[in-house]
Ligand binder design. Sequence first.
Ligand code: ADP
Ligand code: MG
Length: 399
Amino acid sequence: MHVTSLDDWISRAKDTPRSLRGRRVFLRADLNVPLDGNRVRDDTRIRASLGTLTRLLNEGASVILASHLGRPKGQVNPSLSLAPVAVRLSELIPNPVHFIADCIGKEAQTAAAALSPGEVLVLENLRFHPGETENDPKFAEELAQLAEAYVNDAFGTAHRAHASTVGIVHHLPDAVAGDLLRAELSHLGVVLEPQRPLLCLLGGAKVSDKMGVLRALSERADVLAIGGAMAYTFLAAKGHSVGQSLVETDRIDDSLSIMEAAKTNQCKLLLPTDHVIARGLEEDSETRIESEIPEGWMGVDIGPMTATAYAHEAKLAQTIMWNGPMGVFEIVSFASGTREVAQAVAGASATSVVGGGDSLAAINQLELGDQINHLSTGGGASLEFIQGLTLPGVAALEK
Ligand code: ADP
Ligand code: MG
């Protein structure tokens, strides 16, 4: 895979009449931030985007900045406007930041054409138009008309062939990867070409969400340690009693075939051998630690013996990939398994990559982020990438 980096692009542009000064660059970023009314509640993603954005601005480019926010489903929805993002951005950088209440059309074109070097135009939510997720060629062409070159820095949507990630590149062939996107590719690449042993820790709510990843990793990992609710589908498949634990009965066959694939590929597949079980999902629900789960109880966390075993694997590993909490970590009394695994991953000498919204929340809660080699913001895109699948948004940038 080869995508042009911002560095190469900028230095190459310097030697030609097509230097970035005064050029209009379309920057597809991930500014999908949580809002509180018309204020940005958490600006992490905006700040993460500043690296690529300010490099372009410092080169004298005029940046047309675009993103989706939430799921407006192709309709204008004022509560999902990017206007608050533009306001927050203008507080973070000294450059002039303009906002336009659409992402295509005459007014957007006029506003884009009027930009001076070093100015930003934030477009309204791309997904207010159905053409975005449909990758409509006409819509993609209209986006492309705003600019002369294209930078994609939105790794989180790179697994989707949308107008702003794929269609637009047909019209703006001068297309490169931003720094965030490249960092994700190179850090996640470690899981595809790992130093061994490779330990994959998978947890979270649903087997069905992570089916593809489980299958791919059962073929590639040296150790695949499973926790979270998904463990109970596997345990049920093996004939264990799981009480009222979250089980996806229509995935039992799949979990059997994953266990079979692991065996064939000499991947050591580990399931919890003890559990924190509870009568319900309340903070004060009665709990016990058991190896088998009786009727009327549900598994809410891996037990201490399992946590120790998984932590031990983390010590032995050279590469660790973790996705999905080991239990219902939002509730303090069910958070120990996730905490112990997080501490083990953070303390391990292995190269570590953690992904998944809830897993990152757990890591951040524990303030262990700076002890992890890479915190992947990609969600679905990360999961597809570590399966070895081609991401359409990345493929579009390959020359
Ligand atoms: P991530 O966002 O890291 O990919 P997921 O979204 O797949 O993780 O799963 C996170 C959710 O899984 C959390 O809300 C957590 O409470 C839930 N979960 C974990 N273990 C269990 C369990 N044993 N029973 C029910 N829910 C669980
Ligand atoms: Mg989640």
